[in-house]
Design a protein around this ligand. Structure first.
Ligand SMILES: Cc1cc2nc3c(=O)[nH]c(=O)nc-3n(C[C@H](O)[C@H](O)[C@H](O)COP(=O)(O)O)c2cc1C
Length: 354
């Protein structure tokens, strides 16, 4: 089955979800243009998911995808709601300068954990989006069953051929193949993410050969040339993040959007500094300070702690204290309006893939 008929869209172009940085306006703009707009629910509790699902329904009558992080744990990461006091104290002390520069007090112990996954899932299923996409693992059989029972398609994310095979065996309907060029967190789950850094040119055709479900290419695709290349490699669709994050409809702070436009392919790095998990973005003062002090905690504690100064820095326009997530094609993000970005990308889709 083609990706377009599977998702009920006209053009096989997916807006990547942005956990913590999705916007209803951007998701609706991509869905209205004929693609699949995704919305990232990372960190949202059930009530917030219900509220945003209602906003999305109001904003667009077209199919949308909702995205959740599975409760995967890398070695060394603590269980949810089970943070280590000594790790917290070390990280807060090591990042004291960053809290001071943002003009905020460090958080007090205990910090609230991330919302419960089951609560998130229930609210996301109730919203009945066209698709639920997941990162950091293979959704459990009962999760896939519950989605399918409601007519919801399930999308998984792979960074290696082995992960793609595991996702297909687990029963997902489509697979995002995320090349190492991509912005944000590496969604690896079988090996450490540092050992799963396959570039898209290698990853996409090998995943296409290994599985029979549609493959959605992600990472470094920012204009019609990247889209055409992904289809030449056998992809059935593309997922684009950075080029949309730079648009007027994005929820990224203006200073983040400016940094995307000014970035060169060689500027981005993969770092665990800001969240505890490996992610691609522009290195800034915060990344350098945390890396050189070794002060960072594990995920999700580190992401929760840096969130305190990131929120203040965002309001005050201090890019040096933000997580400036962006992919290796950031410098190709020249278009201001999301519908224009979509039209540029759609121009690279071969006629027989629509
Ligand atoms: C700020 C930001 C947040 C992201 N959060 C998520 C997320 O929560 N879930 C997810 O599946 N992908 C997430 N991604 C990855 C994107 O959805 C997309 O796959 C990626 O940006 C594609 O690579 P590109 O930026 O080179 O186009 C995020 C990307 C960015 C830039």
């Amino acid at each position: 089955m083609s990706l377009t008929s599977m998702m009920g869209v006209e053009v096989p172009v997916v807006l990547g979800p942005f956990g913590g940085m999705s916007s209803v306006a951007l998701t609706a703009a991509v869905s209205d243009a004929g693609g699949l707009g995704s919305y990232g629910l990372y960190g949202y509790d059930g009530d917030r998911i219900r509220a945003v699902a209602a906003e999305l329904r109001e904003a667009t009558g077209r199919p949308v995808a909702l995205n959740l992080w599975l409760p995967h744990r890398e070695p060394g990461e603590s269980a949810p709601a089970d943070f280590d006091r000594a790790e917290f104290d070390r990280a807060v002390e090591g990042m004291a300068g960053l809290f001071a520069q943002a003009g905020v007090r460090p958080p007090e112990w205990p910090v609230a954990p991330l919302p419960d996954f089951e609560e998130q899932l229930e609210a996301a299923l109730d919203a009945r989006p066209a698709a639920l996409s997941f990162v950091f693992g293979v959704p459990a059989p009962d999760v896939i069953e519950a989605a399918h029972a409601r007519g919801i398609r399930v999308i998984g994310a792979a960074t290696t051929v082995a992960e793609a095979r595991a996702l297909e065996a687990g029963g997902v309907d489509a697979i995002v193949a995320s090349g190492a060029e991509a912005a944000g967190h590496r969604p690896s789950f079988l090996l450490q993410s540092e050992r799963s850094l396959v570039g898209g040119l290698s990853l996409i055709p090998q995943v296409v050969d290994a599985v029979s479900v549609p493959v959605i290419a992600a990472g470094g695709i920012a204009d019609r040339r990247g889209v055409a290349a992904a289809f030449a490699l056998g992809a059935s669709g593309v997922q684009v993040g950075t080029a949309f994050l730079a648009t007027a409809q994005s929820a990224a702070p203006a200073i983040h959007r400016q940094r995307i436009r000014g970035a060169l392919a060689s500027d981005t790095v993969l770092t665990r500094a800001m969240s505890g998990r490996l992610a691609r973005g522009l290195p800034n003062h915060a990344v350098r300070a945390i890396e050189s002090s070794g002060a960072g905690a594990t995920f999700p504690l580190q992401n929760i702690l840096t969130g305190v100064f990131r929120r203040a820095a965002s309001a005050a326009g201090q890019p040096e204290l933000l997580s400036l997530w962006m992919g290796q094609s950031a410098g190709l993000s020249r278009i201001e309006d999301a519908a224009d970005v979509f039209a540029e990308l759609a121009a690279g889709v071969p006629d027989d893939a629509r």
